[in-house]
Design a binder for this molecule. Structure first.
Ligand code: CTP
Ligand code: CA
Length: 227
């Protein structure tokens, strides 16, 4: 079933997902971003729809087709992603933050393209912190969805992921190693799940296979909450 009304472990549930990078403008022709392809988030959206959920996917700029049965909202900046998520979070049963949100943005975007001759040599770009979308949702006091994060790390995977689980007050975090030849912009991934109970390896596999396993784990935890 693909429309949230049918059978499946997540039937009757609404799942809100972020995916892809965000893009933070420097001037009208330049931006700061990262290597996220959006594939993991899109695979999670597809798996949630297959599990019978009604799925809303808020995505930064990616080159991916929308999975069947998924309602897609395209955004560019972290602030736009935050607004799209805030508008939908209270009606979601589950929030899964798979986006690689830019941690910083440029506080004053230049109105015109920066020019070397008239604007002078540019040695630094001033930055300010973007809001933490996931931490904001997990901190909701009313109608807080079951909140799931991702942690992309280049080292000390479990230590950093557990810190994020605690700091953002998440129900679950999926941790993966990233680097030049793993994680971002690839078809394969390897996930480690952490929650208050402990840790559990989901193993290596295609992003599609891992997304299915992650959704099954989330569905099992929602069942546990209900009983
Ligand atoms: N996240 C978010 N909003 C942000 C930053 C991160 O929603 N502004 C979410 C990501 O989607 C992910 C989780 O928080 O699910 C962890 O993101 P990550 O970049 O690994 O953690 P940070 O808290 O940004 O820490 P750092 O990048 O310094 O490791
Ligand atoms: Ca970050």
């Amino acid at each position: 079933q693909l429309d949230g009304s049918g059978e499946g472990p997540l039937s009757g549930k609404t799942v809100l997902i972020t995916a892809g990078p965000t893009r933070e403008a420097v001037d009208p022709v330049r931006y700061l971003s990262n290597r996220s392809s959006g594939r993991m988030g899109f695979a999670v959206a597809e798996a949630a729809a297959r599990a019978g959920a009604q799925v809303k996917l808020v995505t930064g700029p990616v080159h991916l087709p929308t999975p069947a049965g998924v309602e897609r909202v395209d955004v560019e900046t972290a602030e736009e992603m935050r607004q799209a998520v805030t508008d939908r979070a209270a009606s979601a049963d589950v929030f899964i933050a798979a986006a690689a949100v830019a941690d910083y943005r440029v506080p004053r975007i230049a109105e015109h393209k920066l020019k070397k001759d008239t604007d002078g040599e540019l040695h630094e770009i001033p930055l300010e912190r973007n809001p933490d979308i996931l931490a904001e949702v997990a901190a909701m006091t009313d109608k807080r969805p079951f909140s799931v994060g991702f942690a992309a790390e280049t080292r000390d995977l479990e230590k950093h992921a557990r810190k994020k689980l605690e700091r953002k007050k998440l129900d679950l975090i999926a941790a993966n190693l990233v680097g030049r030849d793993r994680g971002f912009d690839r078809e394969e991934n390897e996930l480690l799940l952490l929650d208050q109970q402990g840790s559990q390896a989901l193993g290596a596999g295609s992003k599609r296979a891992l997304a299915g396993k992650l959704i099954a784990e989330i569905a099992a935890r929602l069942d546990g909450e209900a009983s």
